[in-house]
Design a protein around this ligand. Structure first.
Ligand code: BGC
Length: 525
């Protein structure tokens, strides 16, 4: 019998028996496909906004600046239009607002229904976008997509962490991020294929195909069971135990069930996740819920993910070359995420963060410098040699790889495992809202920043990557192999956070870990 073995923060071994059942693997795969809809959006907008047919129909001013080459225009500024960026960013603004209330649905209806609602609204948005006749239809479609993304992104990572056996939690949870990267890659490939079409069909097909991932999550979520934690939180204790037996594949799930009951009792005593989350004892989780997603977005990853085709066009690549570059970046992003998936439960979260950050920083400095050397802040059209351009692309790819095995998957993973049940839905809402807020800012401000900062944009985000790395080094404890219900112990052992975690709480946790350990030893003797 396989067991989920976990080492507590204090070094005590804790064991939940159980198998890794096909049932749990399949449900996790379906839930992770919520990431597809998010990824598809991230990847599709940059390619579409660099398509001439799209620009001439909806953004004629930008089109004129770009195509009817104004010889005096600064190349860094040729795409600079607030209306154009609002096409990309409106989705994230809608997601930001929705995610604040989506947590109430997730708590009251369960994770499964949130994913279903997300899928349906997203489907409507993709149809509206594909049929768009004017900018208003485009933006309303993007807003619906944002609402859908918020529901799905709120519920899926929680669901994954709650269903996964503890020793595979990192790996299964990261399936969500893997699906995001797969969605981005699909979008890049579709943009590349449709850009060959000359008519309006190119952007229409690219936008309407978002309906495919929407159908996957909508239909998939109909078949998903509710997680034991979510059933228990809504008062269905018997169903929760049965579900636990089913997903662990054994009849005796007493130990894990007992921890679930304890966490759920605590939840019943304190009903208000939003007022709990601001209590002093949850300060570490609150700080992480805000700073991790903010710092993740400030790595500048979405400058590349949203605008790689626009960026590469700006610095002198042809249309084809720009879209191919986006596909290459998409491939690197997806395959590098696999590195994290297969190592995170062995080498831990911190080592991946602390390797990925400096790698990204170095590449950003090199990429910024390469652009600066080639055409600095020149007002003239860029003329980059092919070799030079490929060299630049290589550093962008190494930067993306660093993100894809550190800040990308780990941020979502850590957030899904550090929030105790009594604050989980509120903290997850804060996490998603902050993430969407900074995604919105980057999406909205990038073209203007490029116009003003020029190559310095890479240095700007590089500086943030270093700040993020120092933050992780000093403040993020290792959460590898710690059961979610026992996570409080990692804060207690931390040089800084220990002062925020009340001692009685910690002692209670410690006693129960010791008690379980003694029982286990008794039964093995
Ligand atoms: C981030 C997205 C980003 C993606 C890139 C995710 O973790 O939240 O904003 O586009 O990674 O793979």
């Amino acid at each position: 019998m396989a067991v989920g073995a976990c080492v507590s923060a204090t070094g005590t071994k804790k064991v939940y028996p159980g198998k890794t059942t096909p049932f749990v693997l399949i449900t996790c795969l379906i839930a992770a496909s919520s990431g597809l809809i998010f990824g598809y959006d991230v990847g599709i907008s940059g390619g579409v906004t660099s398509m001439e047919s799209f620009l001439s129909k909806f953004f004629p001013l930008v089109y004129r600046k770009m195509v009817v080459a104004d010889k005096n225009a600064n190349p860094y500024c040729k795409f600079d239009s607030q209306l154009l960026t609002s096409f990309t960013s409106s989705l994230y603004l809608a997601a930001l607002i929705t995610s604040l209330s989506a947590s109430n649905f997730t708590r009251a209806l369960g994770r499964k229904k949130s994913m279903l609602i997300g899928g349906i609204i997203f489907l409507l948005g993709s149809l509206l976008n594909g049929a768009a006749q004017n900018v208003a239809m485009l933006i309303i479609g993007r807003i619906l997509l944002g609402v859908g993304v918020a529901f799905a992104c709120q519920a899926a990572p929680l669901y994954l962490s709650e269903m996964a056996p503890v020793h595979l939690r990192g790996m299964l949870n990261m399936g969500f991020q893997l699906m995001i990267t797969f969605g981005i890659l699909c979008a890049n490939l579709i943009n590349y294929a449709t850009s060959k079409l000359t008519s309006n069909w190119s952007w229409r097909i690219s936008l309407a195909l978002a309906a495919v991932p929407a159908m996957i999550i909508t239909l998939g979520s109909l078949f998903l069971p509710d997680s034991p934690n979510s059933l228990m939180a809504r008062g269905h204790d018997d169903k929760a135990r049965k579900m636990l037996q089913k997903i662990r594949g054994i009849p005796n799930v007493d130990e894990e069930f007992k921890d679930l009951v304890a966490a759920s009792d605590e939840l019943k005593m304190v009903q208000h996740a939003w007022s709990n989350v601001i209590k002093r004892k949850y300060r570490p989780q609150l700080v992480m819920a805000v700073l991790l997603p903010a710092l993740q977005q400030l790595t500048g990853i979405n400058v590349i993910m949203f605008y790689a085709p626009v960026l590469f066009k700006t610095i002198g690549f042809g249309s084809n070359g720009s879209l191919i570059s986006a596909v290459i970046i998409g491939l690197v992003n997806m395959f590098s995420t696999l590195v994290s998936i297969f190592t995170v439960d062995k080498i831990g979260r911190r080592s991946l963060y602390l390797e990925g950050g400096p790698q990204m920083f170095i590449c950003q400095i090199i990429a910024g410098t390469l652009i600066a050397i080639n055409f600095g802040s020149s007002e003239e059209e860029a003329n980059m040699s092919k070799l030079y351009a490929w060299f630049l692309l290589a550093f962008v790819c190494i930067y993306v790889a660093g993100f894809a095995w550190s800040w990308g998957p780990l941020t979502i993973l850590v957030a899904s495992e550090i929030f105790p049940l009594e604050i989980r839905t509120a903290a997850q809402s804060i996490f998603i809202s902050v993430s969407m807020f900074f995604t919105f800012i980057v999406a909205q401000a990038f073209l203007q920043m490029l116009c003003h900062f020029k190559f310095g944009l890479f240095y700007f985000f590089g500086g943030w990557v270093m700040i993020g790395t120092v933050f992780v080094y000093l403040f993020l404890p290792e959460t590898k192999n710690i059961p979610i219900e026992k996570m409080v112990l990692v804060w207690k052992d931390h040089w800084f956070w220990s002062k925020f975690v009340a001692d009685d709480h910690v002692h209670k946790e410690q006693d129960s870990v010791n008690e379980m350990e003694n029982k286990r030893l008794d039964s093995t003797i």
